[in-house]
Design a protein around this ligand. Structure first.
Ligand SMILES: [Zn+2]
Length: 703
């Protein structure tokens, strides 16, 4: 806890308090903060002045908090652009210049406490005009800034958001607030606003990185007078908006953004190359090398949507679409002086490799990841994504196959997907093993009695028993690794039903020492696994359902299912042929399970929900038609999770980039290993039933 010196208050202290009341209420907040606001070492840096010289884009939003007209400011931003310390500074400037009861809302209780201590530490580090307003003692509910009370709100507690009227409301990271504390409570994003209703000129300042499909901050930004940071090209002097992706069409097509991280064929370069070759391309074609980035940004200006800057006079022209009572600012990483063009392209490549473009959009571009959620019908879906292969055929650009299975009470649903670079899946095979349809519902394998449907899974993942031929293309019948038929690389199954039987099967396919080489894996959803980690293995001694032990322990792979659900939902609307878009067999619609597969794929939507008891927000699948279920969809999600694991196994990390995959093949076929597997084209035996000593799944695991 931070404590102010308890010594008697000095004359200087009373003088500075008196000054507040003689203060010009319209003094610039930004100027005041530049002169007086300092950051303590609690911010993880050496104590230093609040720097607006390098980050000039904060000046206008700060000043508009006290312009007397604007009632709401919505900051749509990427992470790490200083939103929190700026918002805290605004409270201090208000206390010194134009005090009024205020409130600061944080996502949860511990964050509120942490930020309260940081605010006080920064006040004590600052110059006297702020330092003298620091609270004399800490308080759990508010910060006493001498001239104004700042109430602390915690978005998880509806009660903490209601109370006395406030003129200033600051909402930190508003997109991670729980949606609703309970049925009776209001929406924690909006409840704090009600406190300002009795004031004629209130100010609500809300900031956040956009999160999820129904981002609050993105919606607020859309409803505002949107402002974008315009910069002047250092070469041709023409003004333009800063962007990451160059324009896709129109008169500036291919320009106005960061370029150089892709090769001529459109593939992402390696991080080293991309860092060296990337630059900003002006809308008029000037190449702006990375060392000019910060100067260009520093000379920028906010321009409301609907306006532009006249290149000759340098004046803002046009009329904004909306009034400035509600202003929105979009702030993204390129504006942050400590981040370079190289850092941004590195992030883009890293997120792409992991197949997580959503993360890049939100955290680096500060943009909501848009999806058109108008879903097609099942028939349209089946037609739209046809790409020229048939069931049980492998398109020749697939590198490996995975299987996902959903074990139900009496039957097992399964799908086989083939995977190409960029996380592009092709459906190869699917089916239902029905225990009751079999002559012998039970079989004995190695002294273990197994239901026939589960036993059949063993054959599917057995490379000696199941091989799928590669579809001939331009005279070749091999995939990029030179294989003419593929087996399942890794299979995964859920553990909701008959978990002891599943365990017995999984154990049969288990690698004696290395869990990373297990061929069939038990999986389950685990909300404690985050989208970056995606999966985590744990050894389980006994079943959590019935308490019975798993002989020898069960290797259980815990998945962040939300991440995969999200991708599958996006896949339903991606243009066919795009990276990550699914590829379906031409004969799927007429096949026995085609209709059910397509309907199930469409039968679940991702939704965010809030658990009032644990105070946690989580992704939550909502099944649309309960009688239809989602078995094939669940199986596909598992197949994708184990595909991530397969890339990890092959490349040493989760890796989906074509160039990195190609390097691996080159490496494998170098003359240094003359007796290794066949080259890319020659020597491959014809399709199907390859000799058993040719194990395609392990060929590409050069370990
Ligand atoms: Zn230019």
């Amino acid at each position: 806890m931070i404590k102010k010196n308890d010594s008697p208050q000095t004359a200087e202290y009373f003088k500075s308090l008196a000054n507040v009341w003689k203060q010009n209420r319209r003094q610039s907040f930004a100027e005041f903060l530049e002169l007086n606001y300092r950051l303590s070492e609690n911010e993880g840096i050496a104590p230093q002045a609040f720097n607006l010289r390098d980050n000039p884009y904060w000046r206008e939003p700060i000043d508009n908090c006290n312009n007397g007209r604007t009632n709401r400011i919505s900051i749509l931003k990427s992470t790490q652009v200083g939103g929190t310390i700026t918002a805290q500074g605004i409270l201090m400037a208000a206390a010194a210049i134009n005090p009024a009861p205020a409130m600061a809302v944080f996502p949860d209780h511990s964050e509120a406490k942490l930020q309260r201590d940081r605010i006080v530490a920064n006040m004590l580090e600052s110059r006297p005009r702020i330092r003298n307003l620091a609270p004399l003692r800490t308080n759990a509910r508010s910060i006493d800034m001498q001239t104004q009370q700042v109430f602390l709100g915690n978005a998880g507690s509806d009660q903490s958001l209601r109370g006395k009227p406030c003129r200033f409301v600051i909402k930190h990271e508003v997109d991670v607030y729980p949606r609703k504390a309970n049925d009776k409570a209001g929406n924690p994003q909006e409840t704090p606003d009600e406190r300002t209703k009795t004031f004629t000129s209130p100010l609500i300042f809300e900031e956040s990185t956009p999160a999820g499909n129904d981002s609050y901050i993105a919606a607020q930004f859309e409803a505002s007078q949107k402002r974008f940071w315009f910069v002047q090209c250092p070469k041709c002097k023409r003004w333009q908006k800063t962007r990451f992706f160059p324009y896709a069409e129109g008169k500036f097509k291919g320009r106005g953004g960061i370029v150089g991280y892709k090769d001529a064929a459109g593939n992402l370069r390696s991080i080293e190359e991309a860092r060296r070759l990337s630059y900003y391309l002006c809308v008029h074609g000037c190449k702006i090398t990375p060392q000019y980035k910060n100067d260009m940004i520093a000379g920028g200006r906010w321009v409301p949507s609907g306006c532009s800057i006249d290149d000759d006079t340098g004046e803002t022209t046009g009329t904004p679409y909306r009034s400035d009572r509600h202003i929105g600012y979009h702030i993204w990483t390129i504006m942050q002086s400590k981040k370079s063009i190289g850092d941004i392209v590195e992030a883009y490549i890293t997120f792409s490799r992991k197949g997580n473009l959503r993360g890049f959009f939100q955290d680096w571009l500060g943009i909501k990841y848009e999806r058109n959620l108008k879903l097609p019908t099942w028939e349209k879906l089946g037609t739209k994504y046809k790409t020229g292969h048939k069931l049980k055929q492998v398109p020749n650009d697939c590198w490996f196959l995975t299987l996902g299975a959903d074990v139900q009470e009496h039957e097992t649903f399964w799908v086989v997907w083939g995977w190409s670079p960029g996380r592009t899946p092709a459906l190869i095979d699917l089916g239902v093993f029905d225990q009751e349809a079999e002559e012998k519902p039970f079989v004995v394998i190695d002294g273990q009695m197994l239901s026939s449907d589960i036993a059949q899974l063993l054959d599917k993942v057995n490379i000696k028993k199941t091989q799928y031929p590669v579809l001939p293309h331009e005279g070749k019948q091999t995939n990029p690794i030179g294989l003419s038929s593929l087996a399942i690389k890794i299979g995964g199954t859920d553990t909701n039903y008959r978990n002891h039987e599943v365990h017995a099967v999984v154990k049969k396919m288990r690698h004696p020492t290395d869990p990373n080489k297990d061929r069939l894996r038990s999986t389950r959803g685990d909300r404690h696994v985050d989208p970056d980690t995606r999966y985590k293995m744990s050894l389980v001694e006994k079943s959590s359902r019935d308490g019975k032990p798993y002989p020898g322990g069960l290797r259980l792979w815990n998945l962040c299912k939300g991440f995969y659900r999200d991708i599958w939902e996006t896949r339903l609307v991606l243009p066919p042929g795009e990276t990550q878009a699914m590829r379906l067999p031409d004969d799927l619609l007429e096949s026995p399970h085609g209709e059910r597969f397509l309907k199930q794929l469409l039968n679940e939507r991702n939704q965010e929900s809030f658990n009032a008891r644990t105070n946690e927000k989580k992704d939550h699948p909502r099944i649309i038609d309960k009688t239809l279920r989602c078995d094939f969809r669940d199986a596909s999600i598992i197949a994708e999770a184990v595909a991530d694991m397969a890339t990890d196994l092959i490349f040493g990390q989760v890796e989906w980039m074509a160039t990195e995959w190609a390097k691996k093949v080159q490496h494998q076929h170098q003359p240094a290993t003359p007796n290794a597997e066949p080259g890319p084209v020659d020597q491959s035996p014809p399709a199907t039933d390859r000799p058993s000593d040719h194990h395609p799944p392990d060929d590409i695991v050069a370990r």
